[in-house]
Ligand binder design. Structure first.
Ligand code: SF4
Length: 185
């Protein structure tokens, strides 16, 4: 936690996911005013316009699996710059729906199916570097790539479960585990 400004620096990101976990975060409704009392949202697709992930973040909720180079780069940056990283929702925890493409093997058949077979006669594979992030051969859950401090399973996790996880963290305490609602290693 920042010792000058006592508020927790909170971030959220989404990688390969549907944004449903973030919608569940927004379902915290009026409790979001409590979040605002204890935390500054320093980076988030739903609450900040900052382009680069900042340094010295206290807590980050990571939605989604790792499916492409851009996801991977951001996840490494998040781990490097964040004290407490939460694997947020089943796509982050198990790779879930995005990992269904793993059954097709490498990324090549996926690209061919999406861009060529389902496209019209002008269809072509993305070829401009930097426009479409390169797909990884396999979609992976985030704990396979970086250390995780807390897992919140669910598709999406319910708002009360999210609150139970982050409320103590916002007050500088550890979340209390109840059954399988959260998992900490
Ligand atoms: Fe969407 Fe479910 Fe994945 Fe969350 S866990 S991003 S709700 S598919």
């Amino acid at each position: 936690m920042d010792t000058v400004n006592k508020k927790v620096k909170l971030a959220t990101i989404w990688l390969a996911g549907c944004s449903g976990c973030h919608m569940s975060f927004l379902d915290l409704d009026e409790w979001l005013f409590e979040v605002a009392k204890f935390a500054d949202i320093v980076y988030s697709p739903v609450g900040s316009d900052i382009k680069d992930y900042p340094e010295n973040v206290d807590v980050c909720l990571v939605e989604g699996a790792v499916a492409n180079e851009e996801n991977l780069e951001l996840l490494y940056k998040v781990r490097q710059r964040t004290k407490f990283v939460i694997s947020f929702g089943d796509c982050a925890v198990t790779a879930n729906v995005p990992a269904m493409r793993n059954m097709l093997g490498s990324s090549e058949p996926v690209l061919k199916r999406c861009y060529l077979e389902l496209g019209d006669q002008t269809a072509q594979l993305p070829h401009e570097p930097g426009i479409v992030p390169e797909l990884l051969d396999r979609v992976r859950p985030i704990h396979e790539l970086v250390d995780i401090d807390l897992f919140i399973p669910g598709c999406p996790p319910s708002a009360p479960r999210i609150q139970a996880a982050i409320e103590p963290l916002l007050k500088g305490e550890q979340p209390v585990m109840e059954g399988r609602s959260m998992i900490k290693f």
